[in-house]
Design a protein around this ligand. Sequence first.
Ligand code: ADP
Length: 674
Amino acid sequence: MKLFNKKDGVEDEEQDSAIPELRCRLVAANLLSDVRMVVDWEMDIFSRVTPAAAEYTIGLTYLEYLAALLWHRTTEDNLDLARAERILDEHHYGLGQVKERILEHLAIKALRRGRQPRVLAVDDDATARRNLVLALAREGCEVVTAASGREALELLEAREFDVLLTDLHLGQSDGMELLERVRARWPDTRVVVITGYASIPSAVEAVKKGAFQYLAKPFAIEELRSIVRRALEGRALLKGTKGSVLCFAGPPGTGKTSVGRAIAQALGRTFSRISLGGVRDEADIRGHRRTYAGAKPGRVIEEIRRVESANPVLMLDELDKIGREVKGDPAAALLEVLDPEQNRAFLDHYLDVPFDLSGVLFIVTVNLTDQVPEALLDRLEVIEFPGYTEEEKAQIAARFLCPKQLREKGLSSDRVSFTPEAIGTIIREYTREAGIRSLERRIATICRKIARESLGAGGQGAVSVTPARAAAWLGRRPYRPEVMDREDRVGVATGLVRTESGGDIIFVEAARMPGTKELIVTGSLGEVMRESVQAALSYLRSNAARYGIAPDFFERHDVHVHIPRGAVPKDGPSAGITVLAALASLLTGRAARREVASTGEITLTGRILPVAGVREKVLAARRAGLAAVVVPAANREEIDGLDEETRRGIHIHTASSVPDALELILRPAPGVGQ
Ligand code: ADP
């Protein structure tokens, strides 16, 4: 009672001036009718709350928020592909495949936008066909007719139709059969069946077989129109369902954000980013209920309000880092945001009225797709951003990073230049990454030092950054280009792993000692990798004779496998062959070649199965200065797809069986051959 107790007095003055103003702003916000109804109701309650009550502030903040969300403000897309290509090229070196996929995506968008919806009406009766055409004349769709199932199938073969409208009784042919064939062959086409008054059971059967809706004769024209309209609407949504959200997958610093920005620029949309890394609470995405003063909308709605556009390019960063099952299910909330079937009426808990997110162009980014929940991954069109080769990095540095950093530090590129050798030194000795983040940071450091020194020296004179000067400015080298082992060793093999930052090399060490058949595994390995170690050992035990291992060796020894470098995450099956090589080296006394790294999953029977991330691994091997890699023969397709640049200076061997791989990795037995 106290809450709603509106008395005459001072406090009401404040309220009375707030309400008409709010009303004006809400009218200006041009709300949709269903939203309008809710807002009017909220407004009504609010106008009776006394300003002294906590609810007054909550209500005022809420209504102001609604008014500030510009419901209808969208920007017009520019779908000029030549321009988009120019913008992508202007900002990015290389990335050929990425650019191509993006342009294809935009082309499809442009085509879909341009096409009028198409309806195919099938009836064996000419008058009925004419009536259907007349009835749908004002629906803004193209209506094509067919007199039989066969004619309909021919037309469907030639063009795409959004809706098929068919009588179940087609004289010679059968509407049900047509329905089944269309469902099987053109699942995206929605089928509306028309039945005679006496055949409701067959209509129900048709719906069970996948018809979108049935219409019983006689029907009102308005009913027909409304069903077709709904089928078309749903169809527009469906078209966007699969792969309509772009997902950029790749290590940090490979240009994902920067390409996203270029897409926004090309389309003429605003660009914005939300980092999902560390999101633990569903409310971060879906908002808090409006029950307390600090309640807030979720980040998606908040971002739309901030950029003042209902159709920005919205980049959701680090989808793979989202916390699961912590508080609610943020991944499920995200699914609602991204799914075109649902996001047309996204319900943020704070807003409490549906908001149409279908205009937003979502781009999500991930380092690796492995961690993304399956349901989400299904909705994504994944575009891989591979790591850069050293040569690509050098080009990007010379063309983009150096000029950008010089500009930012107020230096002129006429006066300061980086020699190609200096850039090479920075790449090889001061960075180890698939992308170019630390490279950019190192160049920034040098530019800062130059800026400072040139101020001290009066700001005159040309500066040429040579390897020696770069080294002097950057200080101690964190990396040596040679990271492979210094000599071939018995019991140590080099492997390749895929990490979030691209690829890396690891060393697998094996040692033996007197004992009783125990296997010790250390190096913080994940479960799958531990199993690979077990499998490798079992393979050698069961093939002991072949490798000249004494039959009672395992009875009298313990074996220890260790993988140093705690910082590299170690899991997955792909180190199997390397572990096996280290063990085989230990047990046969044949040293493993230090310049050869291997990757491959093994089976107990000695087959080698394919692995992921071949390009990343080859690049990592090159960075580490290795001469050759041994890759599963089953990865042939990826290997053939590698560009010349990636393959330069490294030998890629393939092996399909353990004995073949070991011949490539291990040196001949002492006393045999070299
Ligand atoms: P990510 O989002 O993948 O972590 P960014 O887009 O932030 O990477 O890229 C890091 C930096 O590298 C940015 O300054 C970006 O402009 C630049 N960059 C990345 N790839 C390229 C490229 N192919 N050509 C030019 N600059 C690039």
